[in-house]
Design a protein around this ligand. Structure first.
Ligand code: SF4
Length: 247
């Protein structure tokens, strides 16, 4: 599909940081744009510095595209640009404009999102998105509300939209000991993945506490301070369940 280069726009997005050689946010080498602002408050969040919409720096689409294009020689056949955060869908109009500009320059585009978003804005972003990497944080509404201050249904509605728009979908979940670390939890996650025909893979990420210093510097308590990290013993049985999951 051909994408037009939009006229120069003065719209600005609030950005927390850039990463030039990301390898975790999609296929190949990625230029990652970390958006500022998130409405959720996940108990295990590693990026609390991205929460506030008052922080960050303003950039235009052209300023960001220029940075991304400097990395293009390293993208090869699979790499490209990924919008992460924070929550990129919180600035959906800007995110859509940015991805449209990226598509016009033949860049592969991905978003890393919690999917807790206004569907109308999300539709505009998905229009220009080649791959959606969605954090399905928990599989019960109770856990969503308790540990993220979000709603499971909102995320399921977003996943439904990605299916309707036929966007390839990777699901991710952070495994937290004592919260979502049983084989039954993994089986439920598999069940959710099977509901969406566009799921290409499901990844489990072990809970880690590398963020303690960030919380201390921000003067924020880390809610899972006493929770142990997820070790191989925790992850093994869950990966086994997921390995047998056919989606
Ligand atoms: S959605 Fe991401 S950035 Fe927002 S609170 Fe949760 S982990 Fe942090």
């Amino acid at each position: 599909m051909q994408y037009k280069v939009a006229a120069v726009s003065e719209n600005k997005g609030r950005i927390n940081a850039f990463q030039t050689f990301g390898t975790l946010e999609g296929p190949g080498i990625r230029f990652v744009v970390f958006f500022q602002g998130c409405a959720l408050r996940c108990a295990y969040c590693h990026n609390p510095e991205t929460w506030s919409m008052q922080e960050g720096t303003s950039y235009t689409v052209d300023e960001i595209i220029e940075k991304a294009m400097r990395c293009k020689p390293y993208f090869g056949d699979t790499g490209g640009i990924t919008l992460s955060g924070g929550e990129p869908l919180l600035q959906s109009a800007f995110a859509a404009e940015l991805l449209q500009a990226a598509k016009a320059r033949s860049l592969h585009t991905a978003i890393c999102t919690a999917g807790s978003a206004d569907l109308c804005g999300a539709r505009g972003v998905l229009e220009y998105t080649d791959l959606v990497i969605a954090d399905l944080k928990f599989t019960t509404d109770n856990a969503y509300r308790k540990y993220c201050r979000g709603s499971l249904q909102t995320v399921l509605d977003f996943l439904q939209l990605t299916e309707e728009m036929r966007r390839p979908l990777w699901l991710r979940q952070v495994i937290v000991p004592g919260i979502n670390d049983t084989p039954e939890d993994a089986a439920t996650l598999c069940g959710v993945a099977r509901r969406f025909s566009n799921v290409e893979k499901v990844e489990l990420l072990p809970f880690r506490k590398f963020c303690l210093e960030k919380y201390a510097n921000l003067g924020l308590p880390f809610p899972l301070q006493e929770t142990p990290e997820a070790d191989a013993e925790t992850m093994g049985p869950l990966l086994e369940v997921l390995g047998k999951c056919r989606f």
